[in-house]
Design a protein around this ligand. Structure first.
Ligand SMILES: O=C[C@H](O)COP(=O)(O)O
Length: 230
């Protein structure tokens, strides 16, 4: 499994890189679970990583705004992102999700970018689309990766909202459709044995490598510890 770590600035990005992260995911926790950072920060982090690892960019926890999402994806790709991650937060229907995703795919089709469709394991408490529907929608829309994260960051892990069986079904369905997968959402060290059984392509983290509080900074030694255990 690959390790995706979500820094907010170049200092954290270098700590993640030196700690062994496989993907450097630029985000802004102040604007939500998949909060978008500024395009110049994406560029600065890309420069700091020096091409040693791919760069991912969170676009935001979106409501139904396909045009805004497509423009955000284009901007993130132009700023240097290799992956653009859309949070389907206030998306409640398959039709809405499909339109959001096809707009983003069209927006970056001429750029070497992977579109990541992110649903939320705690979808019921935020009234969002069930992430188990995303592999089929994502395949049809032309995304490259589907992901689950938690929409609310209150310390509760994705595993409190989706069972191991749910996540195995999600991952296996996506992989059977030729899509990569990522599991995130307040992942804890205790979740690692289950993640090893589920085998997503990517494990995405922030809080655990900050020492538990995602509002503090990333510690290289915690990235090293996590990298060695997954
Ligand atoms: O990969 C990014 C996710 O939002 C993970 O963040 P978290 O581990 O603090 O929930």
């Amino acid at each position: 499994m690959k390790l995706l770590v979500s820094p907010i600035n170049t200092e954290e990005a270098v700590a993640a890189l030196n700690g062994g992260a496989d993907i450097i995911d630029v985000k802004n926790p102040k604007e939500g679970s998949l909060g978008a950072n500024y395009p110049w920060v994406i560029r600065e982090i890309r420069d700091a990583v020096e091409g040693k690892r791919p760069i991912s960019a969170a676009l935001g926890d979106f409501s139904y705004k396909p045009g805004t999402a497509a423009l955000a994806a284009y901007g993130a790709a132009a700023a240097g992102a290799d992956y653009v991650k859309i949070g389907l937060y206030d998306i409640t229907t398959e039709e809405q999700a499909y339109e959001m995703l096809t707009g983003i795919v069209e927006s970056v089709k001429d750029m070497d970018v992977t579109v990541v469709a992110c649903g939320y394991s705690d979808h019921e408490r935020i009234n969002s689309i069930n992430p188990k529907l995303l592999p089929a929608i994502g395949e049809k829309a032309g995304v490259g990766l589907v992901m689950v994260d938690t929409g609310l960051k209150d310390g509760r892990s994705t595993f409190e909202f989706m069972t191991e069986e749910d996540l195995i079904e999600f991952v296996n369905d996506a992989h059977s459709r030729g899509l990569e997968t990522a599991i995130a959402g307040t992942i804890k060290f205790d979740d690692i044995p289950a993640l090893k059984r589920i085998q997503p392509t990517i494990v995405g983290v922030r809080g655990i490598v900050c020492g538990g509080d995602r509002s503090t900074s990333i510690k290289q030694e915690l990235v090293e510890k996590l990298r060695s255990e997954i």
